[in-house]
Design a protein around this ligand. Sequence first.
Ligand code: PXL
Length: 269
Amino acid sequence: MYTNKVKRIAAVHDLSGFGRVSLTVVIPILSSMGFQVCPLPTAVLSSHTQYPEFSILDLTDEMPRIIAEWKKLDVQFDAFYTGYLGAPRQVQIVSDFIDDFRQPDSLVVVDPVLGDNGRLYTNFDESMIREMDKPYKADNTDEELKSYLRLLSDAGPQVVIITSVPVHGESHKTSVYAYNRVGDRYWKITCPYLPAHYPGTGDTFTSVITGALLQGDSLPIALDRATQFILQGIRATFGYEYDNREGILLEKVLHNLDMPIQSASYELI
Ligand code: PXL
């Protein structure tokens, strides 16, 4: 029988040299949580795309070559975690890769990395949305959010998470909503919102969720762990005069991932 000595994750993200996003966030977080990360890079960039200029090398044609070599090596993954894709054509390549390599109990985490605050990232256009997602609407009730979660889950995933939901009338708070089809339960976590934007916090959030689920945490505990870690990261950064485009000072809080959850704040809705 096959068992990895350390659980292994295929991480399908870009490598951005400057500004903490994607692989430069995913690898340290999941390594410190005790997992082996194997990157399947989607693109190589000088920096993330929220800088006014950047260089980019699209790796669409290289990805099938990497996957074919992994196939020959018979590499086995416990989890697949996808994020920023370099081109719409990569959606099919990645989907085929997962179908081919997954085991019945593999964890598959798909983060549809598309934009922030209702705006697509530079370098993406509508064709990426057609491959991935639904139109954006800013203001939503709990019932609407629950229906989106259900609709998305009906399309395939057992668990669906929506982040950065504004709390009506409370500008200093933000919520995360989640649904698990197994058990048919909806969860909500509300935490403080600090008025600053840091690229890469979505990647940080999903990396912690992935690690938490892979280490056996329940969905609401994984959500608590991820929201608390983001808050610690933002608090560790916010007090400095600093160019936010560099992302949160991840290195200052990485060791917190070893600590147990101090106080859970999730609710069932
Ligand atoms: O964190 C999301 C992300 C990932 N990769 C690249 C990005 C961004 C956000 O700006 O530009 C290249």
